[in-house]
Design a protein around this ligand. Structure first.
Ligand SMILES: C[S@@+](CC[C@H](N)C(=O)[O-])C[C@H]1O[C@@H](n2cnc3c(N)ncnc32)[C@H](O)[C@@H]1O
Length: 274
């Protein structure tokens, strides 16, 4: 008899209410809660290693985290701390591989929140790369300052074309990535079209995101994942907008590869402008 984790039971409850993902919701969920708690707990700590970073952001040492995961085939299993770390390191390895392949010096994280992945990449390169992190939450600026010991105007809104002007200042080609942040936006045309203006500065874009349109409804877990995306008011058009844009070339697509919880498997989609 399979017994679901508390986290999964909470996710199932989410299937019975409809969220509206507007600015107010995002600020209350992230700025005032999740990122604020992490900031308050860590604002006086210097993060110098991966393990310190994992503990500061995910409390790895403090508890034995239990999640239900589902595999790329949609099979349910119990995840332990090692599985959770594997999901995180899959993302790190993928980004690093691209940075090394293109030999870029500048790496940009959009919707960076607590800057976890930005810092993970920074630690790997021992501070030798320019890592720029942006988010709609004002607290990201404070978190960035603590983690990188420098100031950056981190303000960025996917929906606002002017937000992308920070790319004016980039001198050489960069790699851009997002993890679970495109999920937060209703439409991705502004995102794609705004980046298009800077296509000569972008080597590639890597999104670690759920691809709603590619969830196979004949599998019960992916069917529920689709419903979960609908109920949380998460994005539903990233894949279609990339696929239908004649200026975009999809370079890699690995669907449902990275589990986060039972109702959320991320895909990797890597693309560039032609
Ligand atoms: C689930 S969190 C992921 C954060 C980070 N990428 C990570 O992996 O830890 C989603 C992030 O997207 C940000 N976000 C939501 N709407 C946004 C918008 N319109 N523009 C920029 N960032 C946004 C939120 O503030 C939040 O930090």
């Amino acid at each position: 008899m399979y017994s679901f984790s508390d986290d999964t039971l909470f996710r199932f409850e989410c299937l019975f209410k409809q969220e509206k993902r507007d600015y107010k919701k995002i600020i209350s969920e992230y700025n005032s809660k999740k990122w604020n708690d992490i900031y308050e707990e860590n604002k006086n700590n210097q993060i110098t290693s991966e393990i310190e970073l994992l503990n500061s952001s995910y409390n790895f040492c403090k508890s034995d985290i239990k999640f239900d995961y589902s595999s790329i085939e949609g099979k349910v299993y119990k995840a332990n701390n090692q599985d959770i770390q594997n999901s995180i390191f899959m993302i790190k390895k993928y980004i690093i591989n691209e940075i090394d392949k293109y030999d870029v010096n500048t790496v940009i994280e959009l919707g960076a929140g607590m800057c976890f992945y930005s810092k993970l990449i920074d630690l790997h390169y021992e501070g030798s790369k320019e890592i720029l992190s942006y988010d709609i939450c004002p607290i990201t600026k404070d978190i960035y300052k603590v983690l990188f010991s420098k100031n950056l105007d981190t303000h960025f809104n996917y929906y606002d074309e002017d937000s992308y002007k920070f790319l004016d200042k980039i001198e050489n080609k960069c790699v851009i990535f997002s993890n679970q942040s495109i999920e937060q936006i209703k439409e991705t045309k502004t995102f794609i079209n705004s980046l298009k203006k800077y296509k000569d500065k972008i080597e590639c874009v890597i999104n670690f995101e759920c691809l709603y349109e590619l969830k196979d409804e004949t599998n019960p877990i992916f069917f529920l994942q689709k419903k979960y995306l609908e109920k949380c008011d998460y994005n539903r058009d990233l894949y279609s907008n990339l696929k239908n844009d004649n200026d975009v070339e999809i370079l890699d697509l690995q669907n449902n590869l990275i589990p986060t919880h039972l109702l959320y498997n991320k895909s990797i989609i890597k693309w560039k402008f032609k």
